[in-house]
Design a protein around this ligand. Structure first.
Ligand code: NDP
Length: 291
């Protein structure tokens, strides 16, 4: 497969994407707003376009990966006349609503549209462990499946262009919860001068064990049955409050954990024993403060 590919945006991620296309033999054209980002890629055989218009004209498949959707539109809106008949693959992080709006813009101008969420850091691109989620045009995904597969594992989700963003942001939310917990734990131990490197070998197997319970909890959430894990939320609230008290006594900020305590409080108020974990998700979905 020697389909020519264009990559717009040569930040850390765009450079990795372009590099993976070059490594697998795709004629690759690149463009970036600022100069000085393309030299290394040019040395590996990339064609450096002088303008974004020239970059779009070079390939049937145009990958754009920039800071945000405002930038996507800043670059593409003036070039709406040149996208017809091409496949636009937008790998920029954004919201489902932004993805759907951009899909509408592409359809209005005769382009096939795929929105993608990159579940990887730049150094992983080009390897199977780099998962890229896609939604939007199923036809375009089928035609370009092997080209997109050069970036990592390409998984198509749904014809609704917003789905890849929804999954991407949900996966990032889960990741930030894990990181937030780790940062707090490191601060607690650091308050007694325990080096984080000493703590890491304990926290990794612990978190792995807890991650292993997620599929069971997920089944309980979907079926509406109790989690049956012998860990009711009233009991959990007591130990959670102990984390907050101990943290304050150690001079550690509780800002990352307070929202979790507020949610546990709501659950215990709503159910006598707090119910179990699926109740927390129900409460989040019924957030009276959200739009
Ligand atoms: P960088 O900050 O390294 O690069 C940002 C890119 O956006 C550059 O090409 C920059 O161009 C361009 N840009 C910013 N503002 C403008 C503008 N007004 N007009 C034109 N171009 C502009 O970010 P990354 O490459 O790391 O990230 C790009 C996307 O990839 C983001 O949506 C990010 O969420 C996503 N992503 C990144 C990951 C990572 O670990 N890096 C992981 C997964 C997804 P210029 O050089 O001219 O400033």
């Amino acid at each position: 497969n020697r389909t020519p590919v264009t990559v717009i945006g040569l930040g850390a991620m765009g450079r990795s994407l372009a590099g993976a296309f070059l490594d697998s033999g795709h004629p690759t054209t690149v463009w970036n707003r600022s100069a000085g980002r393309s030299e290394e890629l040019a040395g590996r055989g990339a064609t450096v376009a002088a303008t974004a218009a020239e970059a779009i004209a070079a390939s049937p498949i145009v990958v754009i990966c920039v800071l945000d959707y405002d930038v996507v539109h800043e670059i593409l809106d003036p070039l709406s006349g040149s996208v017809a008949g091409r496949t636009l693959v937008n790998l920029t992080n954004g919201t489902p609503r932004q993805a759907r709006e951009t899909a509408g813009w592409a359809a209005d101008h005769g382009a096939d549209y795929l929105d993608g969420g990159i579940m990887a850091v730049p150094m992983m691109i080009g390897r199977p462990e780099a998962l890229v989620l896609y939604s939007g045009s199923a036809g375009a995904f089928d035609v370009h499946r092997s080209t997109l597969g050069t970036l990592g594992t390409a998984r198509y989700l749904h014809a609704d262009a917003g789905q890849a963003s929804l999954y991407d942001l949900a996966l990032l939310a889960a990741m930030y919860g894990m990181f937030g917990g780790f940062y707090h734990a490191a601060a607690m131990l650091g308050s007694e001068k325990v080096p984080s490197a000493e703590f890491a070998p304990l926290v990794v197997p612990w978190l792995n064990a807890m991650v292993g319970t997620l599929p069971v909890i997920a089944e309980a959430m979907d079926s509406g049955a109790g989690a049956d894990d012998d860990s009711n939320l009233r009991m959990q609230l007591v130990s959670f409050a102990n984390i907050l008290t101990a943290s304050r006594e150690q001079g550690v900020s509780t800002e990352l954990l307070e929202p979790m305590r507020a949610l546990l409080d709501r659950a215990v108020t709503a159910h006598r024993d707090g119910g179990d974990v699926p109740n927390l998700v129900e409460l989040l979905r019924a957030d009276p403060t959200s739009a």
